[in-house]
Design a protein around this ligand. Sequence first.
Ligand SMILES: [Zn+2]
Length: 430
Amino acid sequence: MKKMLLLVFICTGLNASPQKLSATEKKILDAVNKQLPQTFKTLEEIVNINSGTMNVAGVRASGEILRTAFEKIGFVAEWIKMPDSIKTAGHLVATKKGGKGKKILMLAHLDTVFEPDMPSNPFRIINDSTATGQGILDDKGGAVLVLAALEAMHQAGALKDANITVYLTGDEEIGGMPSVVTRADVIEKAKQHDVALSFEGGQINKVTTTRRGADNWRLFVYGKQAHSSGVFSEKAGFGAIYEAVRIVDSFRTGLSAIPYLTFNPGVFAGGTTVIDSVDNVKVYGKDNIIASKTTVMGDVRFLGEKQRAEVRTLMKNIVMNNNLTGTSAEIVFNDGIPSMGPKEGNKKLFLEINKVNADMGLGAVLENDPMERGAGDISFIADYIPCIDGLGPSGTGSHAPGETMNTKQYPLLIQRAAVFIYRLGIKKDL
Ligand SMILES: [Zn+2]
């Protein structure tokens, strides 16, 4: 009963002051409000299905609910399957082809970080502006927001000419590894669209136009195994640990002031034997033997592909030059998630959404600081198409057990998304 009362409150308690909207846009806002009880019902249903990335059946089940709903409003939906070796659910893609509209790619994801063996957190309303549940913010609320915005456009007769592809990934929370396989299809689709909008966690007055990318690196350092009493001598050398310390500290002193760049050594292992495997390192050694090998594992986060290339060169220079006596070193970089670098097209989308906000009476929109945003699915396509992220629901604590979503702002964010999509669709150029 409490929930019903809340929904009634939500249904009647909003609408900014939309002075500058067209008749169709006003119809869209009304349609969002009218369908809110159904929107929250779908959200509850999907949140209550566990869809941890590795829970293939759960990801598929939540996707199937959305597939049915998208088909009802004229989309053609299909699963993009992954090879068996990858063991994830694949991606749900719903497409609507129109006549003249701009081609819009919309992204959200079906999976969450919560696997079935972790404590459950069913959908629950906490107060008149907050609900909790696994993935309610990241990113089931985003997927349902996309659906609700398109349903409202459909109700208002504003979807007819739209060319829209909704792309709901099933493995965002593991970074889509290996991305050469899992992101090949979305990259192809991005090239066939005009703009991309991503519905990861958002705010009414902030969007994301840039995101840092993330790679990892492994540093291998070699020295001569010898009695510790000879350390620093020409014959025995300094050993692999001193050299690795020199390198890591030179990274810090030489590169840590570069804007938007961070790099962190997460594991540092040195001794006489270091056994490296994909995700860990085993080490043996003695306090009276000069270390012959050291491995350091770390990440590097960067803004834009130019910075990505530059930092690799700088780090390699430190690794290859000025090695301490009797040592040598090499560094290997592994591609992780690319960066959503600053781009003119993204800026134009930012200006467009500012206009929507202003016309809806929602106040100005600012750009998120890239330092505050992690990597996301949008990054894989950011090099190919103008894009913007942070259009999803607002809330707190994503990836944490008590994750919440702001239920008061949610309808406004659905309305804003719908008006934004509608305007982009009928716009000739960006
Ligand atoms: Zn997410």
